[in-house]
Ligand binder design. Structure first.
Ligand code: DX5
Ligand code: ZN
Length: 217
């Protein structure tokens, strides 16, 4: 089973972003995790399509955008021109999930649903899980990098994995927040197929990000 590692650019060096991106060149099975925050759904603010378009010009890794925004519907069309691979929205921010997923699937190759730590997996009906490509389980409260992993999320991975088996579903299980070499193995064993890691990867003192990615794998 190939695990995708998705370094979160939130912890990269914003003054030398291009250099940091170059350090990830040549890595296999790597997505660039891009946390779009609106200062409303979460207290923090990050970047929009202008910056993401620039990132796309210097990296060939698939762009994985995680929208922590109050109204993802307004962002669907707006970010189309960036060339994102995956568009993940927060379940808590959308009312008409089926309609939203249909629209998103028409615009992006991959669509994901993100659940806050307190949102149960049972909120998502299997018929919706059939239509999406990824479920992102937040393992910290969204908004900031460098927080500690919430261990109870492990049970949600197991529950999702059971739903996958029971219904013959193929979506990825992505875990985001506090992922390190200490918990990566147990997360993957429980069913995680895609690990987001911000501070663990970009916190490597010599900027040897490949070494941290190898440690996670
Ligand atoms: C938090 C973001 C994460 C964050 C993870 O709201 O969704 O992607 O960057 O950072 P670490 O890996 O440092 O917890
Ligand atoms: Zn994220």
């Amino acid at each position: 089973m190939t695990i995708i590692v998705a370094p979160s650019l939130l912890s990269a060096d914003f003054l030398n972003l291009q250099a940091d991106l170059k350090r990830l060149d040549g890595e296999k099975n790597l997505w660039l995790h891009l946390d779009v925050m609106d200062g409303h759904f979460v207290p923090n603010l990050t970047f929009g399509p202008t910056v993401l378009k620039k990132i796309k010009t210097v990296s060939s890794h698939p762009l994985d955008a995680h929208f922590m925004v109050t109204n993802p519907d307004e962002h669907l069309e707006w970010f189309k021109e960036v060339g994102l691979h995956n568009f993940t929205f927060h379940w808590e921010a959308v009312t008409h999930h089926d309609r939203f997923i249909q629209k998103a699937k028409g615009l992006y190759p991959s669509v994901g649903i993100s659940l806050n730590p307190s949102t149960p997996v049972s909120s998502i009906a299997p018929y919706l899980l059939k239509k999406i490509d990824l479920v992102l389980l937040m393992s910290v409260n969204p908004g900031f990098g460098g927080q500690s992993f919430i261990p109870e999320v492990a049970d949600k991975i197991i529950e999702l994995q059971k739903m996958k088996t029971r219904h013959g579903l193929t979506f990825q299980i992505q875990v985001d927040g506090g992922v390190t070499d200490k918990n990566a193995h147990s997360l993957a064993k429980a069913g995680a197929t895609n690990l987001v890691a911000g501070s663990f990867v970009f916190g490597e003192p010599q900027k040897n990000y490949g070494a941290r990615i190898a440690q996670l794998r």
